[in-house]
Design a protein around this ligand. Sequence first.
Ligand code: ADP
Ligand code: MG
Length: 725
Amino acid sequence: MTANPTRLGAIRTIEASEAPAAFFDVTEKTGAIFGENVFSLSVMQKRLPKSVFRSVYATIQRGEKLDPAVADIVASAMKDWAMERGVTHYAHVFYPLTGLTAEKHDSFMEPVGDGTAVWEFSGKTLVQGEPDASSFPNGGIRATFEARGYTGWDVQSPAYILENPNGNTLCIPTIFVSMTGEALDHKTPLLRSEAAMSEQAQRVLALFGHEDIDKVVSYCGPEQEYFLVDSAFVNSRPDLLNAGRSLFGAKPPKGQEFDDHYFGAIPERVLGFMHDTERALFRLGVPAKTRHNEVAPGQFEIAPVFERANLASDHQQLLMSTFRSIAKQHGFECLFHEKPFAGVNGSGKHVNFSFGNGNQGNFLSPGDNPHDNAQFLVFCAAIIRAVHLYGGLLRLSIASAGNDHRLGANEAPPAIISIFLGDQLQDVFEQIAGGGATSSKQKGVLSVGVDTLPDLTKDAGDRNRTSPMAFTGNRFEFRAAGSNQTVAASMVIINTIMAEALDFLATEIETSVKGGTEFNAAVQAVLAKVVEQHGAVVFNGNGYSEEWHVEAEKRGLKNLRTTVDALPEYQSPEARKLFTTYGVFSEAELESRFEIGLEQYVMTINVEANLTGEIAKTTILPAAVRYQTELATNVSALKAAGVDADTADLLRVSEMIAALRAGIGALDDAKATGHDHEGLAEAAYYRDSVLPAMLQIREAADEIETFIADDLWPLPTYQEMLFIR
Ligand code: ADP
Ligand code: MG
């Protein structure tokens, strides 16, 4: 065990710490607490007049426009319900482009002028709020002096109560737009993209003869990976504290190579944390379902049951903030960074998605008869087309400085966006390309039904962990998203590119049917066309392999390795046409998102670079110099005593110190001219000059860590942070 006072102090603190008393009453019935703090449909049904409830229900379930007349009544019922639960304030909650969640709190209190006050909440304040927009990233859409921004109630995502020992707050999920209506958030484009997808999906459904077609929605089930590290360690690691990832740290003697953590028994202390977070989430109506250890030591996963994407996205944000705050109560820091520790697996967020509605079910589920199968294949074909044409946009949706450390690092899917269909579906599409599918592989039966398409089984076949976009039986799983990212960003792109593909397919089928082609033949033809034009994006092999990179290039697939490569996708003519055609982003919004992407990238690396320089200069270099002095003193003492002195260690440490100093100099130089560049050139400069200089420092520092006297090394080590809890 170390004798370094900082590290020893942290370890002693952990040894002495006790699990917090159960945060909630553990005897309460889980079933009874679910949704307890949510102003849900069932609460509304009990508290609202029938006609008002019906009107709100139509907005929530069918996307009908909200009747402004009902807002006052809903607000008043909401306030009564909330005040019965100790609520004093309400907050419009929104999702600005920082990727975090923002809240502006207001009290229900209204002074009446005679020295007293009443508690009020009007429809007007429920429906619209006005936080200052200038402090949020807007990419030049709003200048500070005209910084009005509006929040608008999203009726489809229920209000909920956030508890605090000192008082409770009513939270109302909202969109966030500028005075001129430009989206400044993630929710607005998500809602727009869903509407666009719905319109086109309904056309396809109508072609298949459905009547009574409901609004189509996208569903999303995000799997969230995260690390738990004891706060005592994090508090002595300025890098983890401020950048969320370690900028230093030699590889531990034991890493994840034994595979003994994945799905292993969950440590008791962590299980306590999981129970508390899940109970908190249940109260908020977040359907937390699955939990387990992940691949890396100290890494875990939680997956809620899938929900409508808009709600899933809000719930995902709520989940992350709940995890962060309950972790602290348990003496942990919850790390959502995509790569908190070099050399061990990073964290992703698997975005499972599908499309459907109440009447026609899930369109990505092969149904029970060939006719359903044909519709299912059309939706799959739409995904193939969408991903082939707009893989660059999918890559863009998950681009960040953090996720760059993960993509393509032989643990996460590569930056090349391809599709894995599984054996069965792959086989069907190959047959379609060859003139018509007549048999389904698993069953091996010949099915000559109402059309030329085979029966399909729901079994997805084997899994492929290396594919960024994999079919898994009744949904696709987009695996390239980073753990820290909002799922809304992925879902906006998925919905929009699906809208385009469904539009294309519907138009093709309509045109050929009008031209006299029989319906099934028209479907068959368009499926064959998609396979022919877009089959290149389908890849069932190992996405980690070097051969795939070569092969993908031959197939003309994009390999946008870094955020800097991906961001210009916002500006491509195809993207502009796509987003404006389907009303998801205006030209100005695209431009602002491009600028915000650049700004966030540069800011992130700049903070990391500052931290790297500071820690190297003020913590690591002094420790190394102390050790050097110790060795030098030893050498001179030995020489004075007339004993042969071995100077090898002293020379080695001196070399390492020289290397560290060289790195510090290189980083200082690199940073000095960073801001001479602008826009994309500045971001490229940070990637190509600042990041490598940081790495140069890290290499020297990590070498010192493995050589220096342990009691002199001041930073908690990887071994300690990953294994002690
Ligand atoms: P795995 O680790 O095997 O991929 P998990 O059970 O951990 O699977 O997570 C799968 C996620 O996919 C869950 O959130 C689940 O609710 C979600 N999911 C299941 N069916 C669908 C669907 N039809 N559409 C969207 N998400 C789905
Ligand atoms: Mg998964």
